[in-house]
Design a binder for this molecule. Structure first.
Ligand code: HEM
Length: 273
């Protein structure tokens, strides 16, 4: 039988499973990369904070980090970095369908934890940026502030849809919230992926205001959000072609995530452990 004799419905079913597999491979790459981020946070910040060696946070390059006698700023920094591990783990747990089905009560509690901690990180992060002056350039500050606004908006919409038991809308807002909360992780992976692919930093500055920096600081959440919207559209489409095209895009982005994660482990996290 020639390919154009394959019944349209069969082709559409095959394309649907290709899309599902592409999304699963993307999630596996992201989960490994986020696990490396969590490990770094606990092994670097967790150990120093637990043993009271707060000044040793600055053993790695930071914008502000520990400042002697700045009790409020140091406390916020500690809460922010330690809760970053919690939000990242909770976000991953929310997206595993088997866990959701096996333990719905756990899903509700990790979901509440994820949304509350995400809002705390967005507000605390904005406070450190504006009040503590922890930013490298105005453009990078604006980009992260916009990410904070999107985190707050998407968290509220995901929560409201869950309360109203509109689960289809809840799933979409929760996945959008996952993408914007993961923005800071995507930024690290995006920057290091760019350096690995070019063999050196191209279009980047120490103030994060080079052309590549600007694309990456906004792109760290806008690109994943755009790919997610294409994924939703491909899911809804009855035709196989959009599903296959979006699958290719998702697999390419999984490859970038894998390269960026290796770059972050080699250049950003590993050297300080
Ligand atoms: C919601 C997810 C977030 C996570 C997982 C996260 C994670 C982190 C981590 C791990 C650090 C330590 C710095 C490092 O080792 O690279 C950090 C620092 C920081 N974050 Fe976040 N963050 C999040 C959201 C935000 C937001 C929305 C903002 C701003 C609006 C923000 C602003 C900051 C600032 C200002 C610092 C301190 C930088 C310094 O003093 O060097 N964060 N964050």
């Amino acid at each position: 039988m020639s390919s154009n004799e394959i019944p349209a419905r069969e082709a559409s079913v095959d394309a649907r499973s290709v899309l599902r597999w592409a999304a699963t491979i993307w999630f596996a790459a992201a989960a490994l990369g986020q696990a490396a981020f969590i490990y770094f946070i606990l092994a670097f910040y967790g150990t120093r904070t637990a043993s009271g060696r707060f000044a040793a946070w600055n053993d790695k390059p930071l914008i502000t980090g520990y400042v002697q006698d700045d009790h409020a700023g140091n406390a916020m920094f500690a809460a922010h970095v330690l809760l970053a591990a919690v939000v990242t783990l909770a976000g991953l747990a929310q997206l595993v369908p088997a866990l959701r089905r096996a333990a719905p009560a756990l899903h509700r509690w990790t979901g509440r934890t994820f949304l509350v901690v995400a809002c705390f990180l967005a507000l605390g992060g904005a406070w450190m940026t504006i009040a503590r002056g922890s930013y490298l350039s105005v453009v990078s500050a604006v980009a992260i502030a916009l990410d904070a606004v999107l985190i707050l908006v998407f968290a509220v919409l995901a929560w409201r849809a869950a309360l109203a038991r509109r689960f289809d809308q809840h799933r979409r807002w929760a996945m959008r919230a996952f993408m914007v909360v993961s923005g800071v992780w995507f930024l690290r992976v995006g920057l290091m992926g760019w350096v690995v692919l070019n063999g050196r930093p191209v279009g980047m500055t120490h103030r994060m205001d080079g052309p590549a920096d600007i694309v990456l600081v906004f792109g760290s959440y806008l690109i994943p959000l755009a790919i997610l919207e294409l994924y939703f559209a491909a899911e809804r489409s009855a035709r196989p072609a959009p599903k296959l095209a979006v699958s290719v895009l998702i697999l390419a982005s999984a490859a970038y995530v894998a390269v960026g994660t290796l770059g972050a482990i080699m250049m950003m996290w590993g050297p300080y452990l």
